[in-house]
Write a protein of this length. Structure first.
Length: 129
């Protein structure tokens, strides 16, 4: 008979040769907790995604993994570095596919592209288009 455990009681499995390692990630915005005590490892050469209802912390977790946000508590390592310290080259190695890409109606197409590129520490020039 299988035993049931609360998710907070489960122990993360250590994965040798991880490309992503999150340990006890927590992100708070004021009094609001967006992500609480999340731990996981992603092995090299794997495809990884988040599935869950709106407001469950998926986007915030991805932003922690990409260095857009820094954790309130915990640690995240991607490609053996803290995402907050990524170089432009390291940031360019990330593959991130949002469910919806938001175009801002008050920006031109060029400004929208430049904004999206800036999220990854990249600059767009007319030569690259």
């Amino acid at each position: 008979m299988a035993s049931t455990s609360e998710p907070s009681q489960l122990q993360p499995v250590q994965v040798k040769d991880s490309v992503i390692s999150a340990k006890h990630l927590t992100k708070k915005f004021g009094d609001e907790t967006a992500v609480q005590d999340v731990s996981f490892d992603v092995p090299r050469s794997s495809i990884f995604g988040f599935i869950g209802p709106s407001g469950s912390g998926k986007t915030t977790t991805v932003r922690l993994l990409t260095g857009v946000y820094t954790p309130t508590h915990g640690q995240v390592i991607v490609f053996d570095h803290s995402p907050a310290k990524f170089s432009q080259g390291e940031r360019a190695r990330l593959g991130y596919m949002p469910q919806l890409f938001v175009l801002y109606p008050n920006l031109t197409v060029w400004e929208n592209l430049n904004f999206a590129a800036s999220l990854y520490g990249m600059a767009c020039s007319g030569e690259n288009v």
